[in-house]
Unconditional design. Structure first.
Length: 264
């Protein structure tokens, strides 16, 4: 669709800069936004390119981006924006800065409070995950489907680990112990958007994490749903975009994973 094309072209353009900078990570200026929360000139450049490209194509959409926050639509005056871009210009910054090739660009579109389209681009493997509500989810031009595994003991799950001392750190360690006991393993690859994309692709059977921001998960939510997966908060009530906690899995394992995590 035209909307997906806009998102894909913007992602490809911003990704070219990321890939160049990834080759020369030592040259980047890095600063710290908080404990173990880094931002580099690569994040900022990618965000600028995305904002320019997306804004040019859809001037009546507002923005929510990790580095520049919420900003108004360029056109439309006092009218309600026609949509909102929810963008993480570089998800997996820590990987990126360590030369680990697991990072991506994530672009979601929200209309009337609902995510209607998402693009997650992982430039190193050239994997483009995308979905539009009602039209299915894709990896490049191949249709995506969540995994069909039904048994916990065959399942591989992903999570994210809050930094020590942060809310949820101790609890997460307990949850991981409980999940490891019954599953075939856990991965912590360090890019929330790709964790969701991998659930959509059936690579992971499920994923849970707390303390996230809308730009980490907006695109991934619609991609997992369109791939046939279930996405909720960990408690099962409310919206992950508001609460920042998420539980995504295939239909069979969503409830069992949620139960283990909640009861840990
Ligand atoms: C981070 C990654 C990580 C998650 C963190 C996020 P960033 O995003 O998605 O996997 O555990 O909570 O902040 O800072 O690399 O864009
Ligand atoms: Ca960050
Ligand atoms: Ca992120
Ligand atoms: Ca980021």
């Amino acid at each position: 669709s035209p909307l997906i094309n806009v998102m894909v072209n913007a992602a490809y353009k911003a990704a070219r800069g990321l890939v160049r900078d990834f080759g020369e990570v030592e040259q980047l200026q890095v600063s710290r936004k908080g404990v173990a929360d880094f931002v580099s000139t690569a994040d900022l450049k990618a965000e600028k390119v995305l904002k320019q490209e997306l804004g040019k194509a859809r001037p009546r959409f507002s923005f929510l981006m990790e580095e520049s926050g919420a900003t108004a639509a360029a056109a439309g005056g006092d009218q309600e924006p026609e949509g909102r871009w929810i963008v993480d210009p570089l998800d997996g910054t820590t990987n990126f800065l360590h030369g680990i090739p697991h990072f991506c660009i994530s672009i979601g579109v929200e209309k009337a409070g609902e995510i209607v389209a998402g693009v997650i681009y992982e430039p190193v493997r050239d994997e483009l995950f995308w979905a539009e509500k009602g039209a299915g989810a894709f990896l490049n031009d191949r249709r995506l489907r969540v995994s069909g595994r039904r048994n916990l003991n065959e399942a591989l799950f992903a999570t994210g680990i809050p930094f020590a001392g942060r809310p949820g750190h101790e609890k997460l360690l307990t949850e991981m112990a409980a999940v490891m006991k019954v599953s075939s393993g856990i991965r912590r690859f360090g890019a929330a958007a790709l964790d969701l994309a991998y659930v959509a692709a059936g690579r992971y059977d499920g994923y849970w994490e707390t303390g996230l921001n809308p730009w980490d998960i907006a695109a991934g939510i619609v991609i997992v749903k369109e791939a046939g997966g279930f996405v909720t908060t960990i408690s099962g009530t409310g919206d992950p975009l508001d609460s920042g906690d998420i539980l995504a899995a295939n239909r069979e394992l969503h409830a069992p994973l949620g139960k283990i995590v909640r009861e840990a």
